[in-house]
Design a binder for this molecule. Sequence first.
Ligand code: ZN
Length: 302
Amino acid sequence: MLSPRMVPALTAALALGLVLSLPAFAQQDWDAATIETVQVTDGIAMLVGPGGNVGVSTGADGVFLIDDEYGQVNTKVLGAIQKLSSDPIRFVINTHWHDDHTGGNKDLASTGSVIVAHEGVRRRMAAGQVIEAFGMNVPPAPPEALPVITFTDAVTFHRNGDDIHVFHVAPAHTDGDSVIRFEKANVIHTGDLYFNGFYPFIDTSSGGSIEGMIAGVDRILEIADDSTKIIPGHGPLSNPQELKAYRTMLETVRDRVAKLKAEGKSADEVVAAKPTADLDEVWGKGFLPPDIFVKLVYDGMK
Ligand SMILES: [Zn+2]
């Protein structure tokens, strides 16, 4: 959700007391966008572009994709995949509904890819959504872009010599999140439960909460070992050590905000108290301004 280059616009909009509207996002320079390929293992790569990180598994059974970026960079994504394999893209799994992870669905479906996701992804894409944190209106996705196979809990793919486990985590970044684990390759794609190196966006208008983010990260850490390679939703390729540090940050912020909220402070008062001040040097520079993160943590608390 949101690319780093949008942050100056976001900060400016907030300074002016404005909220972002969709046209602000449309101003992104798609022509200048690049897709970088990072090899994770022999048969698995990660594509890094303006949206969410894409996971690519290649091998005897064709291409298996995790997320498909913004639709505006679909040609570039396909170009990067072509360099890895000329086989057809048979399956695409969406980690959640945000359009920086599902924007390529329509084009991929039109060339025969089967789109799979948690049922909440299809429901939210079909209905259209408002992301309150950014005052952003997302219209309903065209029917061709919707996942055609949905699940409620978990599904396993047997592809390219691996067992690929996809499991839903209770409301975390949204209420339709999935984590994908390549059992043999020992690779995990976290979706947007994990923003490596910066405060994560939590979509409270789609049922997200910091509590759920922490619980989801714990489930990932339970199945990871020291050599697991971790593809985050955003940010560079990672490992369990870094994910643990991120988890500690989430817990610290959760505890501080919960304490202030329990004292009866309003969202504005909690933001003004700067509860993340000592963490901002490390986590507050990449993506989401600290004030917005704190507000989302507060909003997501029951
Ligand atoms: Zn997202």
